[in-house]
Write a protein that binds this ligand. Structure first.
Ligand code: AMP
Length: 289
């Protein structure tokens, strides 16, 4: 059913289940990379990692309407399936699952659960219902595919925390792998949304990474409030940008810290609106590892 040296595209869950039954019978390990397509080197870094750690790598391409709180964002979201398949073929990915919506949402079960404090801040506060949508789709993919390992990018730092919580909540036996953020040469975090930026906006976008780098540099002399004030000033002085939030948080609880002694692991998370495009990024400021 699946040949290890070529890419198989599957659109129906019945076909996917038939393929996976064979794979599971053979005792093979499965690595899963859930994506919304418009693939770039960030996604492909997760695919590469999975290929090196599993017998079979499954990449899902599904623009999940349930996680979009803004209908215009969903409408504008880039769709480049042909190009994505070319990139995955070149990487050596074995299986792509690109289902229609009704293949994913067979029933109306709501898998969302009480996310607690990490589900109230930052992205959760600015994108109501977003993580409920994420949990509902990732839970469905985990149930369907039953991967040994699943790969997520640290660019979506809060998403990683929510997925971790979900696996504990539902006792899902998957090993989660959180992978570093891939950046363009000017520092801009790779994102499917970057292609929606105008050339002028694209030229300005590296400011996000510059501001985070400056925050990290100054975190030896300033306290979190000082860093926040400085970054807010930088962004508000930059035409075209509007700051959604900038938070310096405990990397585990995602709650804001007042002092560098408040947590062992501290991350700075930012979301900006640049023209019509919303971009997020983050940087670890303190790490015990
Ligand atoms: P998306 O298609 O945006 O839903 O992303 C699919 C997966 O790729 C998520 O786990 C993202 O965190 C991850 N990802 C997106 N951008 C990057 C990046 N620049 N570097 C590493 N991983 C990324």
């Amino acid at each position: 059913l699946i040949e290890s040296n070529r890419l198989t595209l599957i659109k129906l869950r019945s076909h996917l289940l038939a393929c996976l039954r064979v794979v599971q019978r053979e005792g093979k390990t499965v690595g899963l990379i859930p994506t919304m397509g418009a693939l770039h080197q960030g996604h492909l870094s997760l695919v590469k990692r999975s290929l090196s750690e599993n017998d079979l790598t499954v990449c899902t391409i599904f623009i999940n309407p349930a996680q979009f709180n803004d209908p215009r964002d969903l409408q504008r979201y880039p769709r480049t399936l042909g190009k994505d398949l070319g990139l995955l073929t070149r990487e050596g990915c074995q299986l792509v699952f690109a289902p229609a919506e009704q293949e994913v949402y067979l029933d109306e079960t709501d898998y969302s659960f009480e996310l607690g404090e990490s589900g109230e801040v930052m992205e959760a506060a600015h994108r109501p219902g977003h993580f409920k949508g994420v949990v509902n789709v990732v839970k469905r993919f985990f149930d369907l595919i039953q991967p040994s390992k699943a790969y997520f990018g640290q660019k979506d730092f809060q998403q990683c925390a929510i997925i971790k919580k979900m696996c504990l909540h539902y006792q899902i036996p998957v090993q989660l792998e959180f992978c570093p953020t891939k950046r363009e040469s000017d520092g801009l975090a790779m994102s499917s949304r970057n292609i929606l930026l105008s050339p002028e906006e694209r030229a300005k976008a590296p400011l996000i990474f510059k501001a985070l780098t400056e925050a990290a540099r100054n975190s030896s002399s300033l306290d979190p409030a000082g860093i926040k004030a400085q970054l807010e000033k930088t962004i508000s002085a930059s035409p075209g940008f509007s700051l959604d939030y900038f938070e310096i948080v405990d990397a585990d609880s995602l709650q804001p810290v007042n002092s560098w002694d408040d947590a062992q692991n501290i991350v700075a998370c930012i979301a900006v609106q640049l023209g019509k495009v919303r971009l997020i990024d983050n940087m670890i400021l303190r790490s015990s590892a």
